[in-house]
Every structure is written in structure tokens, then in C-alpha cells.
Design a protein around this ligand. Structure first.
Ligand SMILES: [Fe+2]
Ligand SMILES: [Fe+2]
Length: 153
């Protein structure tokens, strides 16, 4: 199936952000240590796996999509990737104890909405356009490139 690597990345990211949201709820209830432990456990995914996923889009699919939908809409998605890294950097500062439980809770909620909303847009608007407008050969090229990016890690 075309774009399967990205779709699988989204399924896994949605599971991760559900846990981010649950950790936010724990922080709200005053269970800050438990919330921090959960989020620390999720950080390898939120950082390393997301970095690979965003590279697969930015250096793979988006290069093709740019020719179809133009720079603006592609740049909007790249901008959201950048917002995500800013949010993760803030989260890491909060995990190191430089913030209140309510700040941690708000930041976890922010990351949930940011990534969940981003994925919904890609799945509902960007991927369908790619699947409709790119040829089977182009989609295969995109998949091959994304596989090469994943191998580099
Ligand atoms: Fe993305
Ligand atoms: Fe994505």
C-alpha cells in the first residue's frame, strides 16, 4: 500500500500522544511524578521516531507534493514540524523540574493537540492528494526513498 511507512508512523504517533494526554491528566490530578515517568518513557519515540518520520515527509513525500499543491501548503506542514520541536524542547525543560505541575499539564495537552491535529490534516488532505495525483511509479519512488531514510535512522 502506498505511503504505508508514513501511515504506520501516524498510527504509532497517535498511540503515543494518547499516552501524552493521559500523562497530562495525571499531572492535573497532582500525580506529577507518575506523569513525568510516563513522558520520559515516551521521549525516545517523541524524539527519535518522530525525527525519522518528519524527515521521511520533508525529504520524501513533500518534495513530490510541492509540485502538485505548491510551496505554501507544504510549508505549513513543515512549520508544524518546527512547532513540534519547540514544544518538545519546552517539555524537556519542564521534565527537568523547571516548572509547575500545571505548566507540565498544559504543555502535554498542547503537544497532544499539536500532533493529533497535524496527523489529521496530513491524513485527510495531503495523503489523499498524493495518492490521487502521483503515478504508481512516483509513489513507489517515494516509498523507496522513505525506506532509505528510515534505514539511516
Ligand atoms: Fe508531518
Ligand atoms: Fe506525518
Amino acid at each position: 500500500m502506498p505511503l504505508e511507512a508514513l501511515k504506520e508512523g501516524h498510527r504509532r504517533a497517535l498511540q503515543a500522544v494518547e499516552r501524552v494526554k493521559a500523562a497530562g491528566e495525571l499531572a492535573r490530578q497532582g500525580e506529577t511524578a507518575q506523569a513525568i515517568a510516563i513522558v520520559r518513557g515516551l521521549l525516545p519515540f517523541l524524539e527519535r521516531d518522530q525525527r525519522v518520520h518528519f524527515r521521511q515527509e520533508e525529504e520524501g513525500l513533500f518534495l513530490y507534493l510541492r509540485h502538485i499543491i505548491g510551496d505554501g501548503p507544504v510549508q505549513a506542514m513543515v512549520g508544524e514540524h518546527e512547532s513540534y520541536w519547540t514544544a518538545i524542547a519546552t517539555l524537556k525543560r519542564l521534565l527537568d523540574g523547571s516548572g509547575s505541575a500545571s505548566e507540565l499539564q498544559r504543555q502535554l495537552q498542547h503537544i497532544f493537540y499539536l500532533l493529533d491535529g497535524h496527523i489529521q490534516k496530513e491524513e485527510s488532505a495531503y495523503f489523499p492528494v498524493a495518492e490521487k495525483k502521483l503515478s504508481a511509479a512516483q509513489l513507489q519512488e517515494v516509498d523507496d526513498e522513505m525506506e532509505a531514510i528510515a534505514r539511516l535512522g
